[in-house]
Design a protein around this ligand. Structure first.
Ligand SMILES: NC(=[NH2+])NCCC[C@H](N)C(=O)O
Length: 304
C-alpha cells in the first residue's frame, strides 16, 4: 500500500506518477486543441513528435531513478494524450482528490486505476461534478493551500479555465484547518503569452523560502502582491512573459535543495544555483510546446 503524504511543493520526494508520451495521438486537429500553445504549434507545423517527447520524459525518469524515487506510469490508452499527469488528481496530506478535469481529458484518470488500488479507498475522494478543479491549479504549502481559479462570468467561454470557486469552497470544506487562498488568473484561448493555464504556469514555491512568479499571470494586482509579501520580495524570482511562455515556473522540486529544470532556462538555473540549489537539467522543450512542463507531467504521491 502507498501511504500518501504531500504538504508542500519541495519536501524530499519518495513516490510520483510520471505521465507518458507514448501513443499520444499525433497532431490534433486545430479544433481539438485545448490550449493556445498547442494551437500555435499545430498551425506552424511544429507540433512535437512522439519519439522526441518520449525521450525527454525518459530523461526525467532517469533523474528520479538516480534519487531512488518510486515512479508509477499510467496504463496506455491508444492515441490519447497522457503526458500531463499533474492535472488528473492531487494529493493533500494523506488524501487523493480525483480531479473534475476538462471532459476532453477525462479518460486519463482511468489509466491510473492500478495506482489508486494501492491507496486506502477511504482516502480517495472526488468533489461534486460542478466543482471543476485540476491539479495544476492546486498547491499545498504548509498551513495554506494556494489555488488558481478563474472567477469571470465568462468562465464557460475559456477552455483553459479549469478551476472554479465551487472547487475552492469544496477544498476549504474538506480541509477546514487549512487556509485556502485563491488567485484569479489571466486567461486567453488564443495567446499563450497572455495565458496562465494553471497556477503552476505563473507561480511555484521553490527551495526553503523562494518563489518563481510572473506578475501578468494574475488578474488582481493585490493577489499577486499578497504572494510577493508572503515570500518577501527578495526571495521572488520574477519571470518575463517570454519566460512564462517557455514555462519557467513549471520546474519540479524533488527536495528543498534539488530541482529538475529545463536545460535552456539559463537565467533561472543560474539563480537557483546561486541559492545553493542543485539543478538537474533535462531537455523538455518539445513537451513545453503543449503548454506544460515538469510540474505538469508529474503527480507527487509521497514526500517526506
Ligand atoms: N499543470 C499544468 N499546467 N498542466 C498543463 C496541461 C497542458 C495541456 N495541454 C492542457 O491544456 O490541459
Amino acid at each position: 500500500m502507498i501511504k500518501l503524504n504531500v504538504t508542500d511543493e519541495t519536501a524530499r520526494l519518495r513516490a510520483v506518477i510520471l505521465g507518458t508520451a507514448l501513443s499520444n495521438g499525433g497532431v490534433p486537429k486545430l479544433e481539438d486543441a485545448y490550449d493556445p500553445k498547442s494551437l500555435l504549434h499545430i498551425k506552424e507545423n511544429t507540433y512535437p513528435k512522439e519519439e522526441d517527447m518520449v525521450e525527454e520524459m525518459n530523461a526525467v525518469e532517469e533523474v528520479f531513478n538516480k534519487y531512488g524515487i518510486q515512479v508509477f506510469r499510467p496504463k496506455l490508452i491508444n492515441d490519447y494524450n497522457q503526458i500531463f499527469a499533474r492535472d488528473i488528481g492531487f494529493v493533500i496530506e494523506d488524501t487523493f482528490i480525483k480531479a473534475n478535469i476538462l471532459p476532453d481529458r477525462e479518460q486519463e484518470i482511468e489509466a491510473i486505476e492500478h495506482v489508486l488500488t494501492q491507496i486506502d479507498e477511504d482516502k480517495i475522494i472526488r468533489f461534486p461534478e460542478e466543482a471543476h478543479i485540476e491539479g495544476g491549479d492546486v498547491m499545498p504549502h504548509g498551513d495554506y493551500i494556494f489555488v488558481g481559479v478563474y472567477r469571470g462570468p465568462d468562465y464557460a467561454d475559456y477552455i483553459i479555465a479549469r478551476t472554479n470557486m465551487l472547487a475552492v469552497e469544496a477544498l476549504q470544506n474538506q480541509f477546514p484547518d487549512k487556509k485556502v487562498v485563491s488567485f484569479n488568473l489571466r486567461k486567453s484561448n488564443t495567446n499563450p503569452y497572455e495565458n496562465a493555464l494553471h497556477l503552476d504556469c505563473c507561480f511555484q514555491p521553490v527551495g526553503e523560502k523562494y518563489a518563481i512568479l510572473h506578475k501578468n499571470g494574475f488578474l488582481e494586482e493585490e493577489e499577486y502582491q499578497w504572494l510577493v509579501d508572503f515570500f518577501g520580495a527578495e526571495n521572488v524570482f520574477e519571470i518575463s512573459s517570454e519566460e512564462m511562455f517557455h514555462m519557467n515556473s513549471n520546474i519540479f522540486s524533488i527536495a528543498p535543495d534539488v530541482v529538475v529544470s529545463e536545460k535552456n532556462f539559463t537565467r533561472l538555473n543560474t539563480w537557483l544555483r546561486s541559492k545553493g540549489i542543485t539543478v538537474e537539467e533535462v531537455p523538455y522543450a518539445e513537451i513545453s510546446k503543449q503548454e506544460g512542463l515538469l510540474r505538469c507531467s508529474t503527480l507527487p504521491l509521497v514526500r517526506e
